[in-house]
Write a protein that binds this ligand. Structure first.
Ligand SMILES: [Zn+2]
Length: 225
């Protein structure tokens, strides 16, 4: 006989508050690659881990690609999407204007980094397809945290190919592009799609690379508890 277990999935987004970094990185900077004191970043990550009460946080070495990896408690190659079915392991996507996308399936979770590159390479579709293949997922909930929006995200004359239809004058509407990408996925059921209306560039509670240049990274995290 089968006894079906129900997983409890928890997720959220940090802001720039509650950490120990100073100056441009004040204060909960989670990025190791942005010029901050690495010891402070380590402390910040540990503050987050303790707050969540998880065994481990896993961060990606993000490279603006469409590479998606499954985390199996070993070293992770550079990638922009991470999937796991392990319990008590919070997978994290770092951002400061890009979209932090979190995906909850029935047996697994994913964290995805999607800026202009990730959106135009359809990294979310690749992530969901890999979750379907590896973990038999077909129903999802999608949560997207704060990212750069509206007139704040200028791409000027950049040719985005088939994505030019999501350009509005000088601006690229990543939200519209992502919504269209999700809508095209007819084989999957989306029980919830929540996309933040908060613009990182407008809201000083979040790090914004376009606004500040030298700055920290906040994150989206998701885990099975
Ligand atoms: Zn804005």
């Amino acid at each position: 006989m089968f006894i079906l277990g129900y997983l409890v999935i928890k997720f959220g987004f940090t802001n720039r508050f509650g950490g120990v970094s100073a100056g441009a990185y004040e204060s909960l900077n989670l990025g190791e690659h942005v010029g901050d004191d690495l010891e402070k970043v380590r402390q910040n990550r540990d503050i987050l881990r303790q707050n969540l009460g998880v065994k481990k946080l896993v961060f990606m070495e993000q490279i603006h690609s469409d590479k998606v990896e499954i985390f199996k408690d070993e070293n992770l190659p550079p990638c922009d999407g991470i999937i796991t079915n392990l319990k008590d392991v919070a997978i994290c996507v770092m951002v400061a204007d890009c979209m932090p996308i979190l995906v909850a399936g029935k047996n697994s979770v994913a964290a995805v980094h999607a800026g202009r590159a990730g959106i135009t390479k359809k990294i979310l579709t690749k992530t969901l397809n890999l979750m379907a293949k590896e973990f038999s997922e077909f129903e999802f909930e999608i949560y997207v945290g704060p990212f750069i929006q509206g007139s704040c995200y200028e791409v000027n004359g950049l040719d985005l190919g088939e994505f030019n239809i999501y350009k509005n004058g000088k601006n690229f509407d990543m939200k519209k592009a992502l919504e269209a990408e999700i809508k095209a996925l007819k084989n999957y059921k989306f029980n919830k799609i929540e996309i933040s209306n908060t613009c990182t560039h407008c809201n000083s509670e979040y790090f914004s690379y376009r606004r500040d240049g030298t700055t920290g990274r906040f994150c989206g995290y998701i885990y099975i508890s």
